[in-house]
Design a protein around this ligand. Structure first.
Ligand code: DC
Length: 334
């Protein structure tokens, strides 16, 4: 069972506006908490005394919330309180963690819940995805691995027997791609054509293919659209190559994570060896350098540091140290 809180405001005391904002607030609470109407047991509203034209509970019923018990009460007048405000407390049957939702003029009531994004860009093997995952867990926000999306595009092209250098064909395959990014216990699951490909996209041949298909404008356009949509809905840490420069140029926090090619190749070597792949360090390093060249020299959104990004060279740093440094920079800015 969870208790979810929320609030919103109206610009004036009109039934039409109350209906609109109550529906918006409840729909958003349900969406963010992944609730079906049948999960919601009880919705308790209170509103400031300057709202008289319609009970929020009645607006909820009119908006189609017919199953949960509903209750509204007027708050006493409190000097200095946010005017024309509707608050809600919703009890629901789920074991997920509650996500509180504050909309419109009420956003300022919980500045700590304000949506924000952290952009982590950098070359392959710089350690950014490990750090991104840990950071998202500590901040209790979503982690979006954008590289996984380009890898899924590449896997699709490989599976359809497409020629990776045929831009028109690759673009057409990707334009119809059935790709979903889902989350299970906080971990990203990449679903291609209805099947979980989170492991398959890590195969070494997919890495090089991803670097090739990610250079095509139509592929990038489609992926960037999906990434922006996900980031607009909640706070998240995104890692990639162009997050700070192109996907979210207004991201609140930007970092460029880098390391020497030797260190990066060694990290990838250890990672692949641990997974049982038979890899050769020298060819892996060559491949990493070639991917760097591809990713940095392509004409559309190349791998580049955003002007306002903080650079962190992780060549001689452990993951914990990198994480601490990022958290410290975030703290300095808030
Ligand atoms: O981070 P990664 O190795 O999983 O990324 C796979 C490829 O996708 C990489 O070669 C570059 C590309 N990529 C990109 O162009 N833009 C992103 N935002 C993320 C990855």
């Amino acid at each position: 069972m969870i208790a979810v809180r929320g609030a919103t405001t109206v610009a004036q005391d009109s039934p039409q506006e109350i209906r609109e904002v109550v529906k918006e607030l409840l729909d958003e609470l349900a969406r963010q908490n992944n609730l079906k109407e049948s999960d919601i047991l009880f919705i308790l509203f209170s509103n400031t005394a300057d709202i008289r034209s319609l009970y929020p509970a009645k607006a909820a019923r009119e908006a189609g919330y017919s199953l949960p018990a509903l209750y509204s009460s007027a708050e006493p007048e409190i000097e200095g309180a946010l005017p024309l405000c509707i608050r809600v407390l919703l009890l629901a049957e789920t074991c997920a963690k509650a996500r509180h939702v504050y909309l419109r003029g009420a956003q300022g009531l919980r500045r700590d819940l304000k949506r924000f994004s952290v952009a982590l860009d950098g070359p392959s093997g710089s350690g950014k995805s490990t750090v991104a995952k840990l950071l998202a867990r500590e901040l209790d926000i979503l982690y979006l691995d954008t590289g996984a999306m380009y890898r899924a595009c590449a896997l699709k092209v490989l599976r359809t027997g497409g020629d990776l250098s045929d831009e028109a064909k690759v673009s057409s395959v990707v334009s119809e791609i059935d790709l979903q990014i889902l989350y299970k216990n906080g971990a990203q699951i990449t679903v291609l054509d209805g099947a979980d490909v989170s492991e398959a996209i890590r195969m070494p041949e997919v890495s090089m293919a991803a670097s090739k298909v990610s250079a095509y404008a139509a592929v990038r356009k489609k992926m960037v659209q999906m990434q922006r949509k996900i980031a607009a809905e909640q706070s998240c840490v995104l890692d990639g190559r162009d997050i700070g420069t192109c996907v979210l140029p207004d991201a609140e926090f930007k970092f460029f994570i880098t390391a020497t090619a030797d260190v990066r190749a060694k990290r990838r070597y250890d990672e692949l060896k641990a997974k049982g792949y038979n890899v050769d360090f020298v060819s892996l390093k060559k491949e990493i350098e070639e991917r760097d060249r591809n990713d940095s020299s392509r004409s559309v959104s190349p791998l580049k540091k955003a002007e306002d990004a903080v650079v962190i060279d992780t060549s001689s740093m452990g993951i914990d140290e990198v994480l601490q440094k990022i958290k410290q920079k975030i703290q300095e800015k808030v």
